[in-house]
Design a protein around this ligand. Structure first.
Ligand SMILES: [Zn+2]
Length: 213
């Protein structure tokens, strides 16, 4: 199913969930948004539309890494010519070179990994937020998973619900938890094999039972 269809369904179930929590316009608007975004999250394990929307573009990631790599090399050269040789120069030269090399080989999926790490780092350093740290860790994990595996299972849904629970406590947004769960779950249901347009199904009970539904 396409990302736009998932979003449309997610917005609808999010709005319904929000209405159940508190029937006012503000709660319903927030819940629709949360439902729509949450309905895209399971497909972070693909190279498709959903992940492109979240990922900093590959070109930018490459450029950033090369910039950091060159910056480190310039700093080392400066250090060497002003203060002479020190053992730490070799270490930093290694790091600079590594950044440069990695930037040449990075794939869309590793860019996603990098994005997740950046989100984790932002969560801790800037916001001291466990919720944002968990979002980052979800992105990192999803970037290594085969398509339609754990993100498309009850295990993935449970982990996502845990993240939402944490965020709801931190931000005190009414309906966040329920609308998010509804949106995420709607994606899994819409990906099921019982719908004629889906060739593959959802492994609800992975890794315990790998039957596709
Ligand atoms: Zn999917």
């Amino acid at each position: 199913m396409k990302g736009s269809s998932h979003t449309a369904i997610g917005v609808t179930v999010g709005a319904i969930a929000g209405f159940q929590v508190q029937p006012d316009l503000y709660t319903i608007a927030i819940s629709s948004f949360v439902g729509g975004v949450s309905a895209l999250v399971p497909d972070l394990d693909t190279n498709g539309l959903a992940s492109n929307r979240i990922t900093i573009s590959k070109k930018f990631a490459q450029w950033l890494m090369q910039f950091v790599g060159i910056g480190i090399l310039i700093a080392i050269a400066y250090q060497y010519f002003t203060k002479g040789f020190a053992p730490s120069i070799i270490l930093y030269a290694g790091i600079g070179l590594l950044f440069f090399i990695v930037s040449r080989f990075i794939t869309q999926r590793r860019t996603l990994t990098l994005t997740g790490v950046m989100v984790m780092w932002l969560g801790i350093v800037m916001h001291q937020s466990i919720g944002i740290l968990l979002i980052g860790s979800y992105i990192v994990i999803a970037s290594f998973l085969p398509h339609r595996s754990y993100t498309h299972s009850l295990l993935g849904l449970a982990f996502y619900a845990f993240i939402l629970h944490q965020l709801q406590q931190e931000w005190a947004i009414e309906g966040l938890l329920i609308a998010g769960i509804a949106g995420y779950a709607s994606h899994l249901v819409a990906d099921m094999k019982l719908l004629p347009m889906n060739r593959r199904g959802v492994k609800w009970f992975a890794p315990l039972w790998n039957k596709e539904w």
